[in-house]
Design a protein around this ligand. Structure first.
Ligand code: ADE
Length: 235
C-alpha cells in the first residue's frame, strides 16, 4: 500500500508544493507514496502549443481541448489500470468517508486538473472520469483541490502519521466535530484549562470530550447533528 499518484496539469511547477512539506512530504521522501507530474501542454501538437479554445454555444472563457487531454491521458493510463479523478465544482463533494475509501484503494490515482472554464465533456466521458469537488465554491483550477484531497487521503496511509490513534479521535470519526484541545501553560492570559482535563479521571475526561463534541456539532452543523442523533437513536 504505497499509492502512486499522477497529476495531469497545465501548471506542473505547482507540485509537490505543500505536499512536499511536513508529514506528507516526509512520506514522499520515504516512498510511502509516489508522485508523477505530467504537463498537459507537452501533448499539444501545433507550434503555439494550444491547449484550449472557445466554447461552442458561446459564452465567456476557454475550454480545454479533448484531443490534447486525450493524448495526455493515453500516455499516463497506458501504464496500467488507474482511478481517474477529475477535479470540478460539478463533482461529488469530497468528504472524510471518501478519503478513507481512497486510502484503502489499491489502484494508482490519476488526478486531472482543469483550468479556464473546464475540459471538453467528451474526453471526460470517453475516459469515464470520476468528477470530484472540494465544495460549493469555484477555484481557478483543480490543482489546489487535488492537493487538498491528496493531503486528506495520504495522511490515512499507515506510517504517514506517527501516532495512528490520533486518527480515531479526530473530527468526523464518530460523525461529530472534534472536542477542543488545550496544552501548557495551565493558566494563560487569565484563561484556565478546563478543570476536568487536569483530574486524571479518564472516564470523566472521555464523557466531557463527548459532551463538548456533541455541543459544537449541534451548534455549528445541524446536518451532521441530525445524522448523529438518528444513528444513536437520541432525541
Ligand atoms: N475546480 C474549480 N473549482 C473546484 C472545486 N470547488 N472543486 C474541485 N475542483 C475545482
Amino acid at each position: 500500500m504505497s499509492p502512486k499518484v499522477t497529476i495531469l496539469t497545465l501548471f506542473p511547477e505547482m507540485f509537490p508544493g505543500p505536499l512536499g512539506h511536513s508529514l506528507i512530504g516526509k512520506a514522499l521522501e520515504k516512498n510511502l507514496w509516489q508522485l508523477e507530474v505530467v504537463d498537459i501542454r507537452t501533448f499539444a501538437e501545433d507550434k503555439h502549443q494550444t491547449v484550449d479554445d472557445t466554447s461552442f454555444g458561446g459564452g465567456p472563457g476557454m475550454v480545454m481541448r479533448p484531443d490534447v487531454v486525450d493524448k495526455a491521458l493515453s500516455a499516463v493510463m497506458e501504464k496500467g489500470k488507474a482511478r481517474l479523478i477529475h477535479l470540478t465544482p460539478r463533482g461529488q463533494v469530497f468528504h472524510q468517508a471518501l478519503a478513507h475509501k481512497m486510502a484503502d484503494s489499491t489502484l494508482p490515482f490519476v488526478f486531472l486538473c482543469g483550468r479556464y472554464e473546464g475540459i471538453d465533456q467528451r474526453v471526460l466521458d470517453a475516459w469515464d472520469a470520476e468528477d470530484v469537488s472540494l465544495g460549493d465554491f469555484v477555484l481557478t483550477g483543480g490543482e489546489l483541490a487535488a492537493m487538498t484531497i491528496l493531503d486528506a487521503v495520504l495522511r490515512l496511509i499507515p506510517g504517514v502519521i506517527g501516532d495512528e490513534k490520533s486518527l480515531e479521535e479526530e473530527s468526523f470519526s464518530k460523525g461529530l466535530l472534534e472536542y477542543p484541545h488545550y496544552t501548557r501553560p495551565r493558566a494563560w492570559e487569565g484563561r484556565e484549562v478546563p478543570e476536568v482535563l487536569l483530574s486524571g479521571n479518564h472516564k470523566k475526561i472521555t464523557e466531557w470530550r463527548l459532551k463538548e463534541a456533541e455541543a459544537i456539532t449541534r451548534e455549528r452543523r445541524p446536518d451532521l447533528w441530525n445524522k448523529y442523533i438518528n444513528q444513536h437513536h437520541l432525541t
